[in-house]
Write a protein of this length. Structure first.
Length: 187
């Protein structure tokens, strides 16, 4: 009986430490040291939250940059990859469909960056390669009247380089890119 009381007390102690004290402490430290990240890395425009740096949003207007395709259809409650094997005919057909849609929207496109035709693993990849963003520039220029050079400069300006010069790949956050683009054009 004595060992049962010890087990119950230890269980309660660890529930309090691991279920209450530790989460409150880590949340407090995160709020003090990294408040933006702890609150979801939210993007605001004009004092209104319009998205997160961490989640892709679907932009369908031909005047805006488009993110990678999402297997979850950009629904944050359904995060998932397609789980389609690369060697399957479904995968090949999906890529072919993406290429057709991309060429229809961007008729002058010859070199197609892979991130424009492959689905994000999580379904919410907010970034594109600089090449993926630049491939969309002729369409956006034609739709908005903004000179291509200005759009290429905008992509270069918002390109995030490798962390510490060695980790990750250069990338552009599509939501932030579109916010800057919208400052120059009315939809």
């Amino acid at each position: 009986m004595k060992s049962v009381f010890i087990a119950v007390r230890m269980s309660l102690l660890f529930m309090i430490i691991c279920g209450l004290i530790y989460p409150l402490a880590t949340t407090g430290v995160a709020q003090v040291l990294f408040p933006k990240q702890a609150n979801g890395s939210l993007i605001e425009s004009g004092g209104v939250v319009i998205g997160s740096e961490l989640l892709a949003q679907n932009f369908e207007s031909p005047k805006l940059f488009h993110p990678r395709a999402s297997a979850a259809k950009y629904d944050p409650t359904a995060s998932a990859g397609s789980n389609t094997a690369v060697a399957s005919s479904d995968y090949a057909q999906g890529i072919a469909d993406q290429i057709d849609a991309l060429k229809k929207e961007n008729p002058n496109l010859t070199d197609i960056p892979a991130d424009l035709v492959t689905v994000s693993g999580s379904g919410f990849d907010p970034d594109l390669s600089p090449e993926g963003a630049k491939a969309q520039v002729p369409r956006i220029s034609m739709e908005t009247g903004i000179p291509e050079k200005n759009l290429y400069d905008l992509v270069d300006q918002l390109t995030i380089t490798r962390q510490l010069g060695i980790f990750g790949e250069p990338r552009v956050n599509v939501t932030e890119l579109n916010i800057e683009l919208l400052k120059q054009v009315k939809l």
